[in-house]
Ligand binder design. Structure first.
Ligand code: 1GP
Length: 243
């Protein structure tokens, strides 16, 4: 998988999150074209609910308008499409809801196998961002408090020891407070697998802070829903980390 190759080459990466419920066809088209021009690395596609059943179509629009890999970031086990290149096979390791740790995976596994999608085993950790998020409500799980970096680090460590291939720390879409740099750094120092960080990254300065603290891949969704043309300002942050 390209994500792992880039990680071993020590390249910072940026994923653009598209929630098919929040963007029109035209907006997805524009986002795809902008992402290609700005040299973003991936599209993550998914949402907590997906009311409009447009996952398949949204992925196709992205594919028709750019050549970036599309990775499904599923809110539940119905969010599958063979139009994508890969899927984050998420285990919600910050929570204690067995369905989110293994139950839904058992249901989704044969479909993923049949679809031919590459599955990326990912330890998903929700971090408290100051207010309840869709994910914590929908998953019936508590996020890790943002000042408990030791809990976050031990959770990530356990995920790595269980064989997961990436850790994704998420403050939730549209989070007021992004994940504190101290926590990112502490987790990064505790694991050897790629670290994905998302939620509430609204400025290039915040993105720089997350990369500097140890994020290998940053995920941005909400900001680009309203500021599509600003992508270049964000992707140019990656180049300051090329060694
Ligand atoms: C949410 O990490 C992603 O799961 C992206 O968050 O929408 O706040 O950028 P934003």
């Amino acid at each position: 998988m390209q994500i792992l190759d880039q990680f071993y080459r020590k390249r910072k990466q940026l994923a653009i999150l598209v929630d098919p419920d929040k963007l029109t066809r035209e907006e997805i088209e524009k986002t795809a074209k902008n992402a290609q021009l700005a040299e973003a690395d991936y599209f993550f596609v998914g949402g907590s609910l997906l009311i409009n059943d447009s996952l398949h179509q949204s992925i196709q629009i992205i594919k028709d308008n750019c050549s970036l890999p599309v990775v499904i970031f599923p809110g539940n086990n119905y969010q599958l499409s063979s139009n994508a290149d890969a899927i984050l096979f998420l285990s919600l390791i910050s929570g204690r809801n067995p369905d989110m740790l293994i139950g839904m995976h058992v249901i989704a596994a044969p479909y993923i196998r049949l679809s031919g999608l590459e599955s990326i085993a990912t330890g998903y950790m929700l971090i408290d961002s100051g207010k309840p998020t869709s994910v914590s409500y929908m998953s019936n799980s508590f996020p890790i408090p943002s000042d408990k970096k030791d809990i976050a680090a031990c959770t990530a460590m356990a995920g790595e020891m269980l064989g997961l291939k990436m850790i994704y720390m998420d403050a939730g879409s549209g989070a007021e407070n992004s994940i504190p740099k101290e926590m990112i750094q502490f987790v990064k120092d505790s694991i050897d697998i790629p670290l994905v960080v998302g939620g509430g990254i609204k400025t290039p300065e915040l993105l720089h802070e997350k990369y500097k603290a140890g994020a290998d891949i940053a995920v941005i969704g909400t900001h680009f829903e309203n500021n599509m043309t600003s992508m270049q300002h964000f992707t140019s942050v990656k180049s300051s980390f090329i060694t």
